[in-house]
Write a protein of this length. Structure first.
Lengths: 224, 224
DNA sequence: GAGGCTAATGACAGCCTCTGCCAGTTGACA
DNA sequence: TGTCAACTGGCAGAGGCTGTCATTAGCCTC
């Protein structure tokens, strides 16, 4: 996660306001072009031209073309971590992560909507999942998030991440499942947020019994 | 996985032989420069020049600079899948994967040594883990491998991957742990293959009890 | 409210990865 | 040996990204 820096609305000078506008416009146009035309097929020149700024200016707002694609994702991840830190300590690590994910998804909508339509964000997520180079970046970012989550978990449980592997192991297994559901949702027909929530819950519920090794036909979940 | 295409030594014409030599030389020089000077700091021009071919020729042997970095990794993954397919069906999926990983690591050395020193491969692996763009690619490749592994598991167990989430869930959790160990080994001081094997085994043994939720102080594994 | 200060921008040159194209060279094979 | 096909080199160019520098435009003070 780069910074978690939201476009915080400092209601100061006109200069700041213009910068906000430029950045918002660049983001909106970029995501729109990415999701309609395709990420690789969209050049930075096109984005810049559509906003009437120079290419050089685009790179002053976004360190890379890729960074623009992950702006919203960055916000979501920041919210997840904040939520995780607030979970009551009586919850087991696994339960806490589960709740943090579901809660942050449910509550972040307003924050996103201030920037772009939520529907555009969902399209962006699917685009990331289906664009090889972005998927790669997404996975790398996910591991960084995992590391942070592991630190939070370790602190909750009063453990030392360096000497005790369990926080990292738990987080790794958890986010492994999250990746699977994210991918399936991206490939499926159910494009709404509800579908993603349901799928995630049902898969997470499967994790422990699945690893326990008893794969008899019982407890078979419904097909997605 | 691109193709699993090993430089199979067809002892045919002189033309093939020259191609082999060129490809091998490019690979060796590339990995050597990557690991000593750094991946981003090495240009394709430098690699080509060191082998006395044109830059254009480099791209005829490797679709990208990145592909060169993953040539050996590709072989390893192919071996893992082959090994997994051969595990006796009485083993649980988790145990089968565990054995396949350990077995493939132990046996692939000769195949690697035919191309480059194994030590160079280990250095390359660490370089991949510590280079952001390569780490991203590595993770994406890993998910592709996961998908294939899930298919093998599903077939072993007579399940349908599309309707039953357990193969993917099991593989996701398993490879999540593998990633953690790979990363820790890459960051640690223990640069040998033995260290990696030990670390992996100890972490895998932790997975099921960790997720079971009982995090009392017992069963604390040794620090890495 | 005019002028100086500084942040933001545009424009240009340049590096690096990667691709298409075409001409030249070199094994392969009759 | 001569023809054919494969391999190569070199060039041009697209696209991402960076450094530099002159110009523009808010901002702040007097």
């Amino acid at each position: 996660m780069v910074d978690g820096q939201r476009p915080v609305r400092h209601p100061v000078g006109l200069r700041e306001l213009k910068k906000q506008r430029t950045r918002d416009a660049l983001l909106r146009v970029a995501l729109d072009l990415f999701t309609t035309r395709g990420y690789e097929e969209t050049t930075v020149d096109e984005i810049a031209e559509a906003v009437d700024v120079s290419q050089r200016t685009f790179f002053r707002y976004f360190a890379s073309k890729e960074e623009a694609a992950f702006t919203i994702q960055d916000m979501v991840e920041t919210h997840f971590l904040a939520e995780l830190r607030q979970r009551p300590s009586r919850e087991t690590p696994f339960v806490a992560m589960r709740h943090a994910v579901l809660a942050s998804w449910s509550r972040i909508n307003e924050a996103i909507e201030a920037l772009i339509p939520v529907e555009l964000h969902l399209r962006t997520y699917r685009m990331i999942e289906s664009t090889p180079s972005l998927l790669a970046a997404h996975l790398r970012r996910a591991t960084e998030l995992e590391e942070q989550a592991a630190l939070v978990i370790a602190e909750r449980e009063g453990l030392d991440v360096e000497s005790d592997p369990r926080p990292r192991v738990a987080v790794a297994a958890f986010s492994g499942v999250m990746r699977v559901t994210g991918r399936l949702w991206g490939q499926g027909q159910e494009t709404g947020l509800d579908g993603l929530l349901e799928l995630t819950q049902s898969y997470l519920d499967q994790l422990v019994p699945t690893l326990a090794g008893d794969w008899s036909a019982r407890d078979q979940p419904p097909a997605p």
